[in-house]
Design a binder for this molecule. Structure first.
Ligand code: SF4
Length: 370
């Protein structure tokens, strides 16, 4: 049987999620942090350190596939500044945590949200809608701002002493920083856990997949986080920047992909993948090989053609190319061109869905009244 806990916590590794755990532990209650992982957020490699530093047990939970599906299906509450569906994200995490409660004997869920702290997901209205849509009204406690929220069953029953909880609200960080100091944290983590969906460079990496994929493809989203990225139409070339990237490229290799590696000189591995199953032309393969070789200083400085090994759907072959980034096939870095129009299109679709659901609901109600 699993170890029993009083509470499950959404644990991003950001300061607020840590403090939420600490104030509940201070009341003598056992907390298990749930650390969600997707290609966009999550740092499973830090869990061991976090457990030691903050004294909280942490369980990594990978929700990549259903998270990507939610993104492709148009998040019901829309997106923030870039491609971050914060409200739907929180709803999904809380629902998932809720589904784990029985397994760990937990009586309530906590999150480090603070009313007014963030413009999209932490307005009071958004907090209410997250709580209601995640169906955690009876089990969710937001310890850092509990005193400004409706009293919850775990406070009413006396399991949690509401009076001992902090009373934080708004965008300031003074109280959280003072608490971190009082707990003796030597390094103060950022407020949240870090999310690539809110970062310009990373949002640009994800955008082509968000716009074009029909089915969730976790491997492809992971690939967009690796190395330097270049797109030529619907073809992606990911070029390793270091040993880690090269290892990831090897791990992510799929049927239909191409891997390029310069022979005789040290250089990166690169991986070519198309958005649709159409094959790469010979020209595109040679140009991807030339691009890859251009990131090997020694190959570049050799002054002539170099040999690049290409492994692809048709087998393994060597090609000779001049290292170059100015190839006939134009490879360009990711950008956010078209983001605004794409978001407007999706927003219209979302609003239309809401309208349709409302009409369906009204019709049902009318039917019942007949
Ligand atoms: S910033 Fe990222 S992880 Fe945080 S709520 Fe928004 S989408 Fe989710």
């Amino acid at each position: 049987m699993n170890t029993r806990y009083d509470a499950l916590a959404l644990f991003s590794g950001g300061l607020d999620s840590i403090l939420a755990c600490k104030v509940i532990q201070d009341q003598g209650l056992k907390v298990l942090g749930i650390h969600f992982i997707t290609p966009f957020f999550g740092n499973p490699e830090k869990i061991e350190d976090w457990q030691e530093i903050y004294g909280v047990d942490i369980l990594p939970v990978d929700i990549s596939s259903k998270y990507i599906k939610m993104m492709l299906d148009v998040p019901a509450h829309g997106m923030g500044k870039l491609v971050n569906p914060c409200v739907d994200c929180k709803i999904m995490m809380l629902r998932h945590a809720h589904s784990l409660m029985d397994e760990f004997g937990a009586k309530f869920i906590i999150s480090g949200e603070v009313v007014g702290q963030r413009p999209m997901s932490q307005r009071q209205e958004a907090l209410n809608s997250i709580r209601n849509d995640a169906e955690v009204r009876d089990v969710l406690l937001r310890p850092l701002c509990a005193k400004s929220q409706l009293i919850t069953p775990c406070e009413e029953s006396g399991l949690v002493d509401r009076e001992k909880l902090p009373h934080i609200s708004g965008r300031g960080r003074k109280e959280q920083l003072a608490m971190a100091k009082a707990y003796g944290f030597k390094v103060i983590p950022t407020p949240a856990g870090g999310c690539k969906l809110t970062e310009y460079e990373n949002a640009a990496r994800f955008l082509p997949l968000l716009r074009n994929l029909k089915e969730p493809d976790v491997n492809f989203f992971k690939l967009t986080t690796v190395g330097r990225q270049y797109w030529a139409g619907n073809k992606l070339l990911a070029i390793g920047r270091n040993q880690d990237d090269n290892e990831n490229i090897e791990k992510l290799f799929n049927d239909g992909d191409y891997v390029f590696e310069v022979k005789d000189f040290p250089g990166p591995l690169s991986l070519g993948r198309a958005l649709n199953p159409e094959g790469w032309t010979e020209r595109e393969i040679l140009d991807a090989a030339a691009m890859t070789a251009s990131f090997s200083p020694k190959a570049r400085n050799s002054g002539g053609e170099v040999v690049v090994n290409v492994i692809g759907p048709d087998g393994n072959k060597d090609v000779s190319v001049l290292p170059s980034r100015e190839t006939e096939t134009v490879f360009a870095g990711p950008n956010l061109e078209g983001l605004k129009e794409w978001k407007i299109e999706r927003e219209n679709f979302r609003l239309k869905n809401i309208e349709l659901k409302k009409i369906e609901g009204d019709n049902l109600a009318l039917g019942k009244n007949d």
